[in-house]
Design a protein around this ligand. Structure first.
Ligand code: HCA
Ligand code: CU
Length: 380
């Protein structure tokens, strides 16, 4: 239900381009768009084509690539931006405007009435030019906006019947999940319009907030590969996928080409020149490594004992560490068998004890572990 009910709107090519280390070439944008589409993302958001000549040309090229995904341009509530964006052939316009008191003052200085007037003017203009265009309006900084102001803006816009969807953005990434749930629910009920959630990760709640939004009536979630975006970014695509998979493995397997996700993340990491964090959901280097004897024993018996996600579904492998002081004889047995040796239980226990003693002075390499095992087999 959760998996089928969500449309992932990936914004690696818009929010992700705002990541401090991102400077995508046209070819890189096309590669990322293609890989996202192959993975199964059917909605991509691009930087405003009005931002620069290259941005406009890149948008044209991505549209021309003919991917099955819906292509949206992110724009300010200006007719100029809409006109330029429509000229590139995109399928959707994603308008945005700040509505919290602090951002209205610091950003554009307009009143809430002005915001409603500008959003509806641009929407009517775009609809008139391209009747089939999809229109979304999102309020930047929705969670620092008094709820009555927020509901007032959305209900007036909903009453005009111009918008296909409303976005709710946690721009400073500081809303906890219960606030996201409450706000999404109220806007969804008030407007009876599909809701898109965009959550930054400043307090580390971006995936949890996406989950809260989905469970409270949102149908669209913004992601970027590795979560790249302003500051420390937004809901990472691989984090959202890990969450969806943990709730409904079969539906997630059916909907996305999960085995293509690690390479997509790897390529984005290479393109922006930043390594994948070791603890990133799914694709971090240690996401499937097991260490303590108690864990490894159970994982040998049944990996589900300590894994919510099966690495095999993502084309990945688990790793089980042996050469450390927390090791156990089951790990030593499995390694011995891999070396073609069959040690008795007492022999395994002796090697394990020797290994622990040696590892008290520092972790051993696999070669050192093997040497201990081979010596024991030789003695036996
Ligand atoms: C921005 C701000 C934004 C917009 C989100 C949205 C945010 O950089 O333009 O369009 O829903 O976090 O508020 O990314
Ligand atoms: Cu953002």
């Amino acid at each position: 239900m959760l998996v089928d009910g969500v449309t992932i709107v990936d914004t690696t090519l818009r929010e992700g381009e705002q990541f401090i280390h991102a400077d995508f070439s046209t070819e890189e944008k096309l590669e990322i768009a293609t890989r996202l589409s192959t993975f199964g993302i059917d909605y991509l958001e691009l930087t405003s084509p009005a931002a620069s000549d290259r941005s406009r040309e890149d948008a044209r090229q991505i549209v021309r690539a003919g991917l099955p995904a819906t292509i949206a341009a992110h724009i300010r509530c200006h007719r100029y931006d809409a006109e330029i964006a429509l000229g590139t052939g995109v399928d959707a316009l994603h308008m945005v405007m700040a509505i919290s008191p602090i951002l209205r003052a610091a950003s554009h200085g307009k009143s809430l009435d002005d915001v409603v007037a500008m959003a509806s003017d641009v929407a009517a203009f775009a609809r008139d030019r391209v009747p089939s265009i999809q229109l979304r309006f999102s309020s930047e900084d929705a969670f620092r906006c008094p709820i009555d102001d927020l509901l007032g803006v959305y209900s007036r816009l909903a009453g005009m019947g111009l918008f296909d969807r409303f976005g709710i953005a946690d721009t400073t990434g500081a809303a906890p999940p219960d606030r996201v749930a409450e706000t999404v629910r109220r806007v969804a009920v008030e407007t009876q319009t599909p809701i898109e959630f965009h959550g930054h990760n400043d307090i580390g709640c971006a995936v949890a907030n996406a989950h809260a939004a989905l469970n409270s009536g949102a149908s669209h979630i913004n992601t970027s590969v590795l979560g790249i975006g302003e500051r420390n970014g937004i809901t990472p695509l691989e984090g959202l996928i890990a969450m969806l998979y943990s709730q409904d493995r079969l539906a997630t397997l059916a909907r996305y080409r999960l085995d293509t996700l690690p390479m997509l993340c790897q390529r984005v990491s290479e393109i922006v020149g930043v390594p994948i964090p070791f603890n990133q959901p799914l694709v971090g280097a240690t996401a499937f490594s097991h260490k303590a004897g108690m864990h490894t024993k159970a994982v040998y018996n049944d990996p589900r004992a300590y894994e919510a996600l099966d690495p095999v579904d993502f084309g990945l492998q688990r790793s089980i560490a042996i050469g450390h002081r927390l090791t156990g004889w089951n790990a030593v047995r499995v390694r011995s068998e891999a070396l073609g040796l069959r040690l008795s239980l007492p022999e395994l226990k002796v090697v394990t004890q020797r290994l622990k003693t040696a590892a008290d002075a520092g972790d051993l390499t696999l070669d050192e572990v093997d040497a201990l095992i081979l010596a024991a087999a030789h003695d036996a």
